[in-house]
Design a protein around this ligand. Structure first.
Ligand code: SF4
Length: 380
């Protein structure tokens, strides 16, 4: 299938270049504990051997950063790190990675009195000094609150778009163009719309595509395929991640899934007949990473899927997240949300917290809430 790619500029990430004229790079993120150096190196290498162009590693502490320096020595994978709320971490990680991702919506938590522009200037300087690319990663669950406040709460797309465009303009003004942008949501239709709108305004900026918290295969692959077929088929997208909830020994399946989707699109095997039924139960779950607070998370996500099968024809969204970093915010839009702590699972109905329950207590509690929602919806 002849696909005319958008004329995005080349952005080098270690020994891989993304952008127009370069193959679409597939990437993933390690889900091992970063301080477990052997396990993290093994997973990074497994991704690399499966064909990953970039491997992202979670770094949240000085000890993680020390481990990262060692991991860098032991793998040839191109490495990336996410800055969560602490933008200053850029200084510590930049010498050891090929790309740094920052989230515009997270720049409001740390040193609140400092303008975001100063924080971005700092991050860009670290990237310049250490030969790193950047990703401006906007996520539906953590959008800049000022942008969100300006628009109708039903419109989640425009604030994401505006935030990304504002940051591109600012980073451009610093004379730095070695960056890509991502605009992720757990709803594939929203991923399609926000990326299309971004690409219309900034066709020069390479896009990293992904459906966040897509969940377990096969549903997670189907959701991702829906978005990628529409976008990549129209020339939008330069690097991708398929985020799947999988145990650690199966995580390289993310790379295989990404490569297969891209191959299918380019060879014309587009399966646009696959559509998610908007009237059916939607389970979103994070792909897990080193921040997972209890190893039981993957089993919990699986059990939630099995326990809720009886509700498959009901229009209800349940989100299952592995930690407190993204769990509380990214469950807000779901009818029911679970996010894992070390010993308890926190249950939410929309934005309302319903309490924390033991791992052996949470399923009956979830079922009770699910039944109540189904009963309420059937009376409407
Ligand atoms: Fe990692 Fe937490 Fe995000 Fe899950 S929710 S991928 S554990 S940061």
């Amino acid at each position: 299938m002849a696909i005319e790619r958008n004329p995005t500029r080349p952005v080098r990430i270690g020994n891989v270049t993304v952008g127009h004229g370069h193959p679409i790079a597939v990437q993933s993120m390690t889900a091992t504990k970063t301080q477990n150096i052997d396990a993290t190196v093994a997973q990074a290498e497994a991704y690399r051997q499966a064909g990953a162009g970039v491997v992202r590693i979670a770094v949240d502490s000085d000890k993680d950063a020390l481990a990262l320096a060692e991991i860098r020595q032991q793998t040839t994978a191109n490495l990336a790190v996410d800055l969560q709320e602490n933008f200053r971490l850029a200084e510590t990680v930049a010498p050891h990675v090929d790309k740094i991702r920052y989230n515009p919506g997270h720049l409001y938590h740390h040193q609140r009195d400092k303008p975001w522009q100063d924080k971005v200037r700092f991050i860009v300087r670290q990237a310049q000094e250490h030969d790193c690319a950047l990703r401006i990663g906007v996520n539906c669950g953590s959008v800049d609150p000022e942008k969100k406040g300006k628009y109708d709460p039903q419109d989640s797309i425009t604030p994401m778009l505006e935030s990304a465009l504002e940051h591109c303009e600012f980073v451009d003004s610093l004379g730095f163009d070695r960056y890509v942008v991502s605009l992720k949501d757990s709803d594939p239709q929203k991923v399609i719309e926000v990326n299309q709108r971004f690409a219309e305004t900034r066709p020069d900026v390479p896009l990293h595509l992904g459906v966040t918290e897509a969940g377990m295969p096969p549903d997670g692959i189907i959701k991702t395929r829906i978005a990628f077929e529409q976008l990549i088929g129209r020339g939008i997208g330069d690097t991708v991640r398929v985020s799947l909830t999988l145990p650690n020994d199966r995580k390289p399946e993310e790379i295989a899934a990404g490569k297969e989707i891209i191959d299918d699109i380019y060879s014309g095997r587009v399966r646009t007949v696959v559509k998610l039924n908007s009237q059916s139960l939607n389970i979103i779950s994070c792909p897990s990473c080193s921040r997972v607070e209890n190893e039981a998370f993957i089993d919990l996500a699986q059990s939630v899927r099995e326990m809720t099968r009886y509700a498959k024809d009901h229009d209800v969204t349940i989100a299952v997240m592995g930690c407190r970093v993204n769990g509380p915010g990214e469950t807000d839009d779901a009818d029911l949300g679970l996010w894992c702590g070390p010993a308890k699972v926190n249950l939410k109905r929309g934005t309302e917290a319903l309490g924390a329950f033991g791992y052996d207590e949470i399923l009956p509690k979830l079922q009770e809430e699910l039944d109540a929602i189904i009963a309420r919806k059937s009376c409407q």
